[in-house]
Design a binder for this molecule. Structure first.
Ligand SMILES: [Zn+2]
Length: 160
């Protein structure tokens, strides 16, 4: 049974019609390569790239249902809009997220409790890490390159 089939069956059991909308949302997440997406990101992806008519409310409602079904996980970081992660095999491994300050893309990855314990050991001794939740902000590779390219251009202008 594929994930799509599983979702369909679950939805059927709940007497809810499987709409093209929900399949589309799920596909957006499947193709995001582990990136965390906000409801707005999903909406924009469907609207712009796939030229599919929808509303933000419908997208939000469908995402909420997918969270309920365990297909997506809602990730909340302080002072940030909720983002969603597609749960491969329904396992939650990623506990750290990198958010680019420039393009606002986000990427989830895993930091083990053991690794963090070792890192922190110089600052906090005798700790036992149980749960890790880290938000790292900065510039992604693409934006970092764009920034350094524009700095170089300014420098070149100064030389002339
Ligand atoms: Zn970026």
């Amino acid at each position: 049974m594929t994930k799509q089939d599983l979702l369909k069956t679950t939805l059927k059991n709940r007497k809810q019609r499987m709409t093209a909308q929900r399949e589309l949302i799920l596909r957006v997440f499947m193709e995001s390569n582990g990136k965390l997406l906000s409801a707005d990101d999903v909406f924009m992806e469907i609207r712009k790239k796939r030229n599919h008519r929808t509303s933000k409310m419908t997208v939000k409602r469908s995402i909420d249902l997918l969270v309920e079904l365990g297909m997506l996980k809602e990730i909340n970081f302080e002072n940030d809009i909720p983002k969603y992660e597609y749960l491969k095999n329904r396992q939650i491994k990623e506990n750290a997220v990198f958010v680019c300050e420039s393009c606002h893309s986000a990427e989830a990855f895993e930091i083990s409790a053991k690794d963090l314990e070792q890192l922190l050991h110089n600052h906090i001794s005798d700790i036992e890490v149980k749960e890790v939740s880290i938000k790292i902000t900065g510039y992604c590779a693409k934006c970092k390159k764009e920034l350094s390219d524009s700095t170089e251009e300014i420098n070149e202008e100064n030389v002339k």
